[in-house]
Design a protein around this ligand. Sequence first.
Ligand code: ADP
Ligand code: MG
Length: 344
Amino acid sequence: GVDVDFHDVRRVFPGTVALDGLNLHIPGGQLLALLGPSGCGKTTALRLLAGFDSPDAGTIAVGGRDVRGLPPNQRDMGMVFQAYSLFPTMTARDNVGFGLRMRRHDSGKRSARATELLELVGLSDHVDKYPHQLSGGQQQRVALARALAIRPRVLLLDEPLSALDAKVREQLRDEIRRLQVELGVTTLFVTHDQEEALSMADQVGVMRAGRLEQIAAPQRLYDEPATAFVATFVGTMNRLEAIMVDGSSVRIGDQTLPIRGASPGGAGTPVEVLVRPEALRIRPDVEGVWEVFVATFRGATTRLQLRRGEESASADVPSEVASSYPPGARCSISLPDGPALVAP
Ligand code: ADP
Ligand code: MG
């Protein structure tokens, strides 16, 4: 696959800075997920790469070549959007062959390639069906086959799973990732769903208001969020009241821990310590200041919702010990040793 690079890309619409100096590097063959809330600029970035729109400043390069001035049909990009993007009056096979027709392949070749791609996405039995005869998940498979049929240099996916039910979404997510790895096609995947981003991507770029907050491999992003925004946007994060004891350590309950990253202030500054539900240590304790009020079974783990006055927290425990924490039970919690992430 080819490398894709955004360099200081800026795009301004009346009243909105959609992209405020975006820098991205996607190594050839990798899948980069752009993750962020609605309106943060994800689709704008994708449209600029596709060539549907042009940056006001900055450059975009594919395979080391500036793509400025190249129209979309000369960029060799396969695209899948949220839904309903198939041509309703064409069969699955003709939809998949469409890009090849535009490229003037003859009909025999087109049909063979379309059949091959439909097989690849598990739709061999549906080649002659029309979109309305297919489920949402099947339609998105056809859209994926269509995007891949032209052997794109880059695959662009804009929330392709958002309109599907949970089960289908999960299946298709795994399948897109499998195909992407097998074909080694450089992919930009845009989503507001953190689970999707974390499970599919080599690298996840978290965006906020037209800027990249952090870009990192999924595990790294999850374990070491660089900012409070990333910490709370990706996964569930507890925010526990604490107080700085000096510029570099924080006191929470009876623990004193060093802090990670920039100091939010000196001794006495109130802060919040950010900690994942599964990282929180918990033990039953009749003298404990926390009270269990809900326990939610989640399979291997059970999530306990805890409260202490106005403050609340979530803790995940192995389900086999969940019976030690019935609603109303008292408990105490502690943080893992090691540097704590704090937010002012
Ligand atoms: P996302 O895909 O992350 O939800 P978008 O890239 O679609 O966000 O939009 C980013 C911002 O730019 C939003 O505030 C949106 O309203 C604005 N925007 C996007 N496209 C246009 C456009 N063609 N004209 C005016 N504003 C736009
Ligand atoms: Mg969008």
